[in-house]
Design a protein around this ligand. Structure first.
Ligand code: SF4
Ligand code: SF4
Length: 421
């Protein structure tokens, strides 16, 4: 029976995957026990907690979460428990609450914002439009940058990306000034970016450590595992620089005791050779490898299959007829280096769908404008922007229906990062 302060604890009905997810959310201190309908499991342990029988559950009379993904089975158990006077909720009802809460949130603010401080990149990746870049190089004015970041911190705060998928923030000639801006507002920001790392070469140890110190998360693109494979994927002969900078990154994190999370994302045309290489094995001992990717998207038809090395391929998704909105514009407000906001920061490198302009509007005016809402709701409205029609990055908003996002706030970091942890 319950002792003293254990009245606030919960019981998780279902010692399986869903049960583990609920356990991770509530944490060890709040979980009293698991329950299984199969009484032969009673007395054993799951996630370090005792498994009790239904009879024991009824005796304890604690709030119970039915962690069973099948909605019909869960509903049946719920009815049975409620008839016995047990207050309970199902896993699916919890997901409904998560979805509702996040929908209410994104009706008023993005989950995160990304600012492209510079619109170019020194790499020429075979799978990237940057190789065919026709944009006039632009570097965001730092007063504009400061105004946008300060407004974001003041209005909403939370996850802030600098850089975009078509540029590299380390190439920004006034990056150290941006870092000063971010540092002043850091208490209201969770900062991240993606980089091929090469441009770190131009910074001294002190400067690079200063840059790294404002970041919470960095994804490093590793385009190969040796000089040849790197050159073929990244389009530049820079494997040695990359390797050197990775070593330096590790050293600086240790020397300066920096608290930033790092993922290494390999892009390759030969997964087996990549995973078996000395380089991969060396890197995986000191950094987390998030993926080894051989499939790429086409930047709305800008890249052709024939341009990729054998072993790499293009992903295509035919999105016409999909009824669920894409999560990308519903989660992220994307500001280009000229200060304009685009509907989709992931892919709209040519600013085809501008939804606002930070020179003329505040961030909340942009997010709540008709243009922005139209873009966010394009799929449910059945008016698909051209850039979405075969975009392999399409992800339905239902990905937000995840129990790990139950208490999510933008200060926790990128929602997909939180989901993956
Ligand atoms: S590093 Fe990124 S932005 Fe630069 S060319 Fe490669 S994919 Fe494009
Ligand atoms: S489908 Fe692609 S282009 Fe359209 S919003 Fe989603 S990620 Fe962006």
């Amino acid at each position: 029976m319950i002792q003293g302060n254990e009245f606030n604890k919960i019981i998780i009905y279902g010692a399986g995957q869903a049960g583990k997810e609920v356990y991770d959310i509530y944490g060890d201190a709040e979980v009293y026990a698991f329950c299984e309908s199969d009484s032969s499991k009673a007395g054993s342990y799951y996630c370090g907690k005792k498994i009790i029988s239904i009879v024991e559950l009824l005796n304890e009379r604690l709030y119970t979460i039915i962690a069973i993904k099948d909605p019909c089975i869960a509903a049946g158990i719920k009815t049975m428990l409620e008839q016995k006077g047990i207050t309970c909720n199902t896993y699916n009802e919890m997901l409904d609450e998560v979805q509702l809460r996040l929908e209410e949130m994104t009706a008023h603010r993005p989950l995160d914002m990304n600012i492209e401080t510079i619109n170019s990149c020194p790499m020429k990746c075979v799978f990237c439009v940057n190789r065919k870049n026709t944009r006039i190089q632009n570097i965001m004015d730092n007063i504009k940058f400061e105004t946008i970041v300060a407004q974001y911190a003041e209005l909403w705060g939370g996850t802030l990306g600098i850089g975009s998928m078509q540029s590299d923030f380390l190439s920004d000639p006034i990056l150290l000034k941006r870092i000063d801006v971010i540092r002043r507002l850091k208490h209201k920001l969770w900062v991240h970016s993606t980089t091929p790392l090469i441009s770190a070469e131009k910074y001294s140890d002190e400067e690079f450590a200063e840059i790294l110190s404002v970041f919470d998360y960095l994804e490093i693109s590793a385009g190969g595992y040796d000089r040849e494979s790197y050159n073929r994927m990244m389009g530049v002969d820079a494997f040695d620089i990359f390797s050197r900078q990775l070593d330096r990154l590790r050293r600086l994190i240790d020397e300066y005791k920096l608290e930033l999370d790092i993922d290494i994302a390999f892009r390759t045309y030969d997964t087996e050779k990549c995973r078996g290489s000395d380089f991969y094995n060396k890197i995986s001992r000191v950094f987390r490898i998030s993926e080894v990717k051989t499939s790429f998207f086409s930047w709305f038809g800008s890249i052709d299959d024939t341009e990729l090395p054998k072993g790499a391929n293009l992903l295509k998704s035919y999105n016409s007829g999909r009824e669920s909105n894409c999560v990308v514009p519903n989660a992220t407000l994307a500001i280009q280096s000229d200060g304009r906001a685009v509907g989709c920061g992931c892919i709209d490198w040519l600013s085809s769908y501008v939804i606002g302009d930070t020179s003329k509007q505040t961030l909340d005016e942009i997010w709540n404008s008709n243009k922005a809402r139209e873009f966010r709701n394009a799929f449910t409205n059945g008016i698909l922007p051209k850039i979405c029609s075969e975009c392999a990055l399409y992800t339905p908003v239902s990905v937000l229906r995840n129990i790990k996002l139950r208490d999510y706030t933008s200060m926790d970091g990128l929602y997909y990062f939180v989901k993956a942890r």
